[in-house]
Design a protein around this ligand. Sequence first.
Ligand code: 13P
Length: 241
Amino acid sequence: MIIAANLKMNLKRKDLQHYKETLQTQLSLLNSVDAVIFPNMACLLDSSYFQDIPLTQGAQNAYPAKNGAYTGEIGSEILEELGIRTILIGHSERRELGDNQEFCLAKFTYYQELGFRIFYCIGEPLHIRKKGLSAVMDFLQTQISGIDLHYPSLVIAYEPIWAIGATQPASIEEISATHLNLKNLFRNINPTRDIPLLYGGSVKADNAREISQINGVDGMLIGSGALNPQNFLHIIKETLE
Ligand code: 13P
């Protein structure tokens, strides 16, 4: 199970230190999953900081270039200096801020070339979900258009936009049907690898177990439910029981 925390624009450096110290108290729990954290971009630390705990640090975003005249962006050079080899691409909050499919694809291709582990996010808005599963699948296909599903370090996160930061996640039936359809789609394109598929959107300690047990769910990408390290640990625990 891949359990990933997307801290978005939350938590300061000091909080991250507390985060690490809390996780340090439960190393065996952490060891039993593939745990990943995407900290606030200004809090990215040298990866050696996490060396003594089984936790991978990833970047929530980056520009598809080594360095250069891209004000406000960060490139691969600085990520590599920090020892970061994992990146989130295509999160709906980034797409909302202007990352269109072409730009997501440019980022994907660039970081694929460098061999990064890519967490690629897809997810439909509510008006598409209201049209039914076939419209959802058509929409999700446009978001994976051009993405190389044969890339061995690819993880996909399905995050319905309407379930992010909501009062509850998508229903078990909705997650189950969408994941099953996505898995079939991926398998048709690449029969040689079962591409890990995460669910994201209002995952909390009290629903993590049920979601993690759905057929076709290989892990979870958690936002607000993972801001508190105790909750993150609690979610991991739930997925193991
Ligand atoms: P929430 O868990 O806060 O709904 O956020 C999900 C998400 O966007 C993770 O990337």
